[in-house]
Ligand binder design. Structure first.
Ligand code: KIV
Length: 269
């Protein structure tokens, strides 16, 4: 029997209902221990495909396999109790057709027990978003700078600098919202465009490099903790984990070299 006294996780409708209300707090996380810390403060945690670059040293997110997302997704679900867990669909697992997207997103949901998936793309993904949501898969959409398309976009460029491009982004936002997405990540977008889209759609927008005008914010955890020596310019760095790890490793190395370790036999018994 299920235990109804357990802490309840934030649900998709609860995130959806935060439109225009208290800002939504979210971060990425890829592993159980950090996720347990983030869980205390985040409304949702994204197991982003940025893990390919952050955890595995890949040059882009394009090479991230589905199995890797599932492995990290399981770890984050195990490490958390409160936050909604959203897992990214990696490149090549959803673009081909709605049925391919369903097969792969259902696998993510069943294997990881996460609460929703995220996929990149606006208008072109609307049919797929509708297909998935009608079949029980909640979808967070992601438009603006979409890293999986960086080869087509010619790199990681802020979107909307030229006002002529705004209608296309606005159409993308409307299309995914009307198709049933419950929230929308706006990445790398100029502030007035992000603000305009946030006013236009009735689902929460989650900004990353898209200004404080969005309904919530997300950052890559390692970037904001100071573990990435070259974080994107828009990231406010809240910690110095890189420096702390370096100092701790150096102190450990000094202890090993000077044999400065507990010698009491009890310690090792
Ligand atoms: O993969 C990721 O970390 C993301 C965020 C940048 C939104 O998609």
């Amino acid at each position: 029997m299920s235990d109804h006294s357990k802490i309840r996780r934030t649900t998709v409708p609860q995130i959806r209902a935060r439109k225009g209300k208290e800002p939504i707090v979210s971060l990425t996380s890829y592993h159980a221990h950090t996720a347990a810390i983030v869980d205390e403060h985040a409304d949702f945690i994204l197991v982003g495909d940025s893990l390919g670059m952050v955890m595995h040293g890949m040059e882009s997110t394009v090479g991230v396999p589905l199995d890797l997302m599932i492995m990290h997704g399981k770890a984050v679900v195990r490490g958390t109790q409160r936050a909604l867990i959203v897992v990214d669909m990696p490149f090549g697992t959803y673009e081909e057709s709605p049925s391919v997207a369903f097969r792969n997103s259902a696998r993510i949901m069943k294997d990881t027990q996460c609460g929703a998936v995220k996929l990149e793309g606006g208008k072109r993904m609307a049919e797929t978003i509708r297909f998935l949501t009608e079949r029980g898969i909640p979808v967070m959409a992601h438009i603006g700078l979409t890293p999986q398309s960086s080869h087509v976009m010619g790199g990681f460029k802020t979107q909307g600098r030229n006002e002529d491009s705004w209608p296309e982004h606005e159409e993308d936002a409307r299309a995914v919202s009307e198709a049933g997405a419950f929230a929308l990540v706006l990445e790398g977008m100029v502030e007035p465009l992000a603000a305009k889209i946030t006013r236009q759609v009735d689902i929460p927008t989650i900004g990353i490099g898209a200004s404080a005008e969005c309904d919530g914010q997300i950052l890559v955890l390692e970037d904001m903790l100071g573990l990435n020596p070259t974080p994107p310019k828009f990231v406010r760095v809240y910690g110095n984990l890189g420096g702390q790890i370096e100092a701790a490793v150096k102190a450990y190395s000094d202890d090993v070299k000077s044999r400065h370790f507990p010698t009491d036999k009890e310690t090792y018994s």
